[in-house]
Design a protein around this ligand. Structure first.
Ligand code: DUC
Ligand code: ZN
Length: 477
């Protein structure tokens, strides 16, 4: 089947321009003026429009998709999701089936989730476990980072097999029970440099957090409000700084995932000034929400418990400026969803609230509305942050992340200038609340193609389980 997407404004990381797109056999065949695409389709445009008109009925060997008045983006990539993950004695509310259905509805055509090496496992076992969770049930394409939690000579030897299997990025935690110590971080950074892989790191100083949690417990401050107070920006900045010194000595590139604060950004700036290659990611919640939410009554604030925690408004402003300046390369979601019943596990003890929020469904419309429409970033910045840069950083470019001949026909048609609202009732995420409940959006994802398959029409998922595993190459950003 061929699709002719007509009348839209194509957006790539280097700009936007009116263009029609021809899709053939799951790939983008051509991008250009309507007359050029018409010639490729054997159409005579003397009547003014393609024969199929606006609605898009089947025209034999091609279908028209009317994108008039819409933005046409390369499919968004969310390189930070946690589906079907065991956290704090429970398991995330979204699995790969529900999570990827929500993703694709929001314009995300590829996710990269975190396969995790559970205690005593090899990396191969961890990866096999995650492949089994995902296989056959995904509604968008998917790949895996590998979270390394135990480092031995055997695990070190597995790195090449991971790279060959298309798992070319790795995740380390500096906090949680999955944390690795500085010696291990250093050894892994060196090993991955040698193998051509890249490391993303969750940066928080676990000792500082443990001490502050102990103090809170002793003082009987066990409510949600203590969550933010016991994970200060200094804990994040210290860990970012330490990681970057380890990376400097290892002469290795590194990714700071979910950066939340000005102080952490300062550490990144200093490392870059030393000549280091450092990439940074942030998430919509750190750009749009703040830590006053932890003061909400009862367990309301638990909905926003995530780590690192939400920060102050001035941190969010700083992150927006850094996005506009190109100092932060990607916006992912850290989608890690729990229902309010699961959040209630921490009713008596904030340290037992499972950390994380849903977000995979709403990233595109939020970043358009509060980023582009609000004048904080440009349209092409949005495209780089949500599509091109993650594709490059995680070894999928130019197969994904760009509208170009030969690329996968992962395409998002977004209508702007609308007046919509985010609600839990309207979401596909498998959660009974929406963190952005009641937030207005000025953009709507109308249609999505996944490798040329129309999977979303009129904002509804019309084809499920079309996603495939993406073996990724080496980073190229
Ligand atoms: N942070 C969360 O809030 N949840 C899961 C993992 C993480 O880093
Ligand atoms: Zn995460």
């Amino acid at each position: 089947m061929r699709y002719w997407i007509t009348g839209g404004t194509a957006v790539n990381g280097n700009g936007s321009f009116p263009a029609d797109v021809l899709v053939e056999d799951g790939k983008i065949r051509a991008l250009g003026e309507r007359e050029e695409i018409a010639a490729l389709c054997g159409e005579d445009l003397s009547g003014g429009r393609p024969r199929a008109g606006a609605a898009g009925p089947d025209q034999g060997d091609f279908q028209i998709i009317d994108a008039s008045g819409c933005l046409v983006f390369p499919g968004f990539i969310d390189a930070h999701t946690h589906f079907d993950l065991h956290v704090a004695g429970t398991v995330t509310a979204d699995d790969f089936a529900t999570g990827t259905r929500a993703a694709v509805r929001g314009g995300t055509t590829t996710i990269v989730d975190f396969a995790t090496q559970y205690p005593g496992e090899s990396l191969a076992e961890g990866l096999a476990n995650w492949r089994e969770k995902a296989e056959g049930g995904c509604s968008c394409d998917y790949g895996f980072h590998m979270s390394i939690t135990e480092w031995t000579p055997e695990v070190s030897r597995e790195i090449d097999a991971m790279m060959n299997a298309g798992v070319t990025s790795f995740k380390l935690y500096m906090t949680y029970d999955t944390q690795v110590d500085d010696k291990t971080i250093f050894q892994i950074l060196r090993r991955l440099k040698e193998a051509g892989g890249i490391t993303g790191v969750h940066c928080e100083n676990s000792g500082m957090i443990a001490a502050l949690q102990e103090e809170a417990r002793a003082a009987g401050r066990m409510g949600v409000e203590s969550h933010g107070a016991t994970r200060p920006a200094a804990a994040e900045a210290e860990a970012v700084g330490r990681l970057l010194r380890l990376a400097q000595a290892a002469d290795a590139p590194v990714i700071v995932v979910h950066l939340t604060c000005r102080e952490g950004l300062g550490e990144i700036r200093r490392a870059r000034a030393r000549g280091q290659r450092v990439y940074a990611e942030t998430c919509p919640q750190y750009l749009l929400m703040d830590d006053s939410l932890y003061k909400l009554p009862g367990m309301e604030g638990a909905k926003y418990v995530c780590a690192p925690p939400l920060r102050g408004k001035e941190d969010a402003a700083c992150l927006w400026q850094a996005l506009a300046a190109g100092e932060i390369q990607t916006i992912s979601t850290d989608h890690c969803s729990f229902t309010t019943a699961q959040k209630a596990l921490g009713r008596e003890d904030f340290t037992k609230i499972p950390g994380g929020m849903p977000g995979v469904e709403t990233r595109g419309v939020l970043i358009y509305t509060y980023g582009v429409d609000a004048g904080r970033i440009r349209l092409e910045d949005m495209c780089r942050l949500l599509a091109e840069n993650p594709a490059k950083l995680y070894g999928m470019f130019p197969r994904k992340g760009i509208l170009a001949p030969g690329s996968d026909a992962d395409i998002v048609i977004m209508r702007t200038g609308v007046s919509d609202m985010i609600t839990a009732a309207g979401q596909l995420q498998n959660v009974d609340y929406a963190p952005f409940e009641g937030w207005k959006t000025t953009a709507r994802v109308e249609q999505v193609l996944l490798r040329g398959i129309p999977v979303v029409k009129n904002g509804k998922v019309v084809q499920e389980r079309q996603g495939i595993y993406v073996a990724r190459g080496r980073y190229s950003l």
